[in-house]
Design a protein around this ligand. Structure first.
Ligand SMILES: Cc1cc2nc3c(=O)[nH]c(=O)nc-3n(C[C@H](O)[C@H](O)[C@H](O)COP(=O)(O)OP(=O)(O)OC[C@H]3O[C@@H](n4cnc5c(N)ncnc54)[C@H](O)[C@@H]3O)c2cc1C
Length: 520
């Protein structure tokens, strides 16, 4: 039986990743009388919706969930299903997929590793959960409420400031890094445990936060909230400078529906959010521009001088992702050293770099450094006014390059990662590896926020698109500063600000509707 879509709601949310989920959560808490429909192009993977796939204990079920997130040509191998993997070409992480027309990294052009996910939970069902707080020039200076919003983001993501406090080598790692890096760093910018969105249960088991945690019980039990999976928004409806709803394709039945709404939130990632605005003929000058992928460098090291005998008493990483031996450490961004470092057990690092014989668990650590990008309008997504992609939305071309300043930052980051490796122990391999553009999975800027509508931004401080009343954008794409740290905490914080704005405006509207109804 075909499912039924509502004719009208108060708020339509496009995309079910952490930032779309943040809107649903804050609205459910602040304005429970509002009706909310969330549309997600990808399938439902698990119960509760948005569960992090790392929490799925069964290997085959987890692989199936990863595959289910990989769009039209999935690559994760599952028995009996065709895999579209092309290992000779590019790095692509389980649960994500690349633009079909992305260039080969060997060409040195564009953004070969630009990736996305299509599933309930978005990339938030697959992420590493690192939630550092932005600092110094990473911060958005024109937002007086930023710290309050960041605290709210930590609450709804379930961020734990030091989940692996008992990890046997965490102190060793941090003491060595601190000796190398902490001189001249301000408090809050010194070597620290990496805050992670993870819950450590009393028995030591871990529950990684996906959008299920962001939704929380309050959203799941909200009778006025409804989530539609496999429902692709094809267009935001705009009339007389106001967003008035969305056109949705039910990918289960093939039928299209119009859903009217008083506010529309597009939280469809840094590529598909500007794409949908373009398809809806909302095309401000800055749309798709200032594309920011943090250049990423990785290296590995074998920890020196740790007691191998002690290791034998500890539990090894069992699923390739647990980081309890060495913890996860954070080298914060500073203006003087404009990169962000995370140091963790190599098994948890995105790219396996070494093939050593049975290293003692936790004694090999991976170092991942992300650089702040030199922002330019010409680094951009270009949408075709005539050609459609395989999802039926405007085809995308990526224009992206590194400036001299970027190369200088990358050189400095390589020197810093070597220093870090040297301080920790014996580096593995000759040189750090600079990954192909797009590998960070932290794309920002393409619907950036600004203090004023001066042509360099798409939305204002509450995430509302300039000139289109009731249309909000969410995601890393809203971040206007060249942040180097993992961006999800910041983009969820900006979503908190946007959701509070909708709650305040809609609350006033609902009150005046009720009063109008009473006096009519
Ligand atoms: C392996 C991995 C590790 C990561 N590690 C970290 C980390 O440690 N820290 C960190 O900060 N970040 C990390 N990230 C990035 C993080 O996952 C993203 O920053 C975050 O998920 C962005 O949230 P979002 O809600 O903006 O977008 P997404 O999570 O990408 O969700 C967007 C959703 O919108 C849907 N959508 C798109 N178009 C439409 C449409 N037209 N109609 C309906 N639905 C649509 C998509 O299918 C998708 O589900 C990692 C990502 C990956 C894959």
């Amino acid at each position: 039986m075909a499912r039924s879509f509502p004719a009208a709601v108060d708020v339509a949310i496009v995309g079910s990743g952490p930032t779309g989920a943040a809107y649903a959560r804050i609205l459910s808490e602040r304005l429970p009388e509002a009706t909310i429909a969330m549309f997600e192009v990808g399938p439902l993977l698990a119960d509760p919706p948005g569960l992090h796939v790392k929490n799925i204990a069964d290997d085959a079920a987890r692989a199936r969930a990863q595959r289910g997130s990989e769009g039209l040509h999935p690559h994760t191998v599952v028995a009996g299903e065709r895999s579209y993997a092309d290992p000779s070409r590019r790095v692509v992480r389980p649960g994500t997929f690349l633009l079909p027309e992305s260039p080969d990294p060997a060409d040195g052009a564009g953004m070969p590793a630009l990736a996305m996910s299509a599933n309930v939970g978005g990339m938030g069902a697959h992420w590493t959960c690192a939630c550092p707080v932005p600092g110094e020039s990473e911060r958005i200076g024109f937002l007086p409420e930023l710290d309050d919003w960041l605290r709210e983001a930590q609450r709804i993501l379930g961020v734990n400031p030091d989940p692996f406090a008992g990890a046997p080598f965490a102190d060793v790692v941090r003491e060595r890094l601190a000796a190398e890096f902490d001189r001249d760093r301000a408090p809050g910018r010194r070597i620290a445990p990496m805050p992670l969105a993870v819950t450590v249960h009393d028995d030591g088991s871990l529950a990684w936060s996906g959008p299920d945690v962001v939704f929380g019980a309050v959203t799941r039990s909200n009778p006025r909230f409804e989530l539609f999976a496999e429902a692709q928004v094809q267009r935001v409806l705009v009339e007389d400078g106001r967003a008035v709803g969305v056109r949705v394709l039910d990918r289960q039945s093939g039928e299209a529906h119009e859903v009217r709404a008083r506010a529309v939130v597009v939280a469809a990632d840094a590529l598909r959010t500007p794409q949908l605005l373009f398809a809806s003929e909302v095309r401000p000058e800055a749309l798709g521009r200032y594309l920011n992928d943090q250049p990423q460098i990785v290296f590995a090291v074998r920890l020196d001088g740790v007691d191998d005998a002690e290791v034998d008493h500890r539990r090894a990483a069992e699923d390739g992702t647990i980081v309890e031996q060495g913890g996860v450490s954070w080298v914060p961004f500073t203006d003087r050293e404009p990169f962000h470092g995370q140091v963790m057990q190599l098994d948890a690092s995105p790219i396996p770099l070494v093939d050593e014989d049975e290293p003692a668990p936790g004694t090999i650590v991976g170092l991942g450094w992300f650089c702040a990008k030199d922002l330019r309008p010409e680094d951009r997504l270009e949408f075709s006014p005539t050609r459609l992609d395989e999802w039926g939305l405007p085809a995308v071309a990526v224009h992206y390059g590194l400036t001299e300043r970027d190369h200088a930052t990358i050189d400095a980051a390589q020197a810093a990662i070597r220093r870090a490796a040297g301080a920790l122990g014996r580096p593995i391999g000759d040189a750090p590896l600079v990954l192909a553009p797009g590998a960070s999975l932290h794309y920002q800027g393409t619907t950036r926020m600004g203090a004023h509508d001066d042509g360099t931004s798409v939305c204002g401080p509450t995430s509302q698109v300039w000139g289109v009343d009731g249309l909000y954008v969410a995601g890393n794409n809203v971040i206007p500063t060249p942040i180097a740290c993992n961006p999800t905490l910041t983009s969820v914080a900006l979503a908190v600000g946007g959701a509070r704005d909708i709650a305040a405006r809609l609350g006033a509207q609902l009150v005046s509707d009720t009063e109008g109804g009473r006096s009519a």
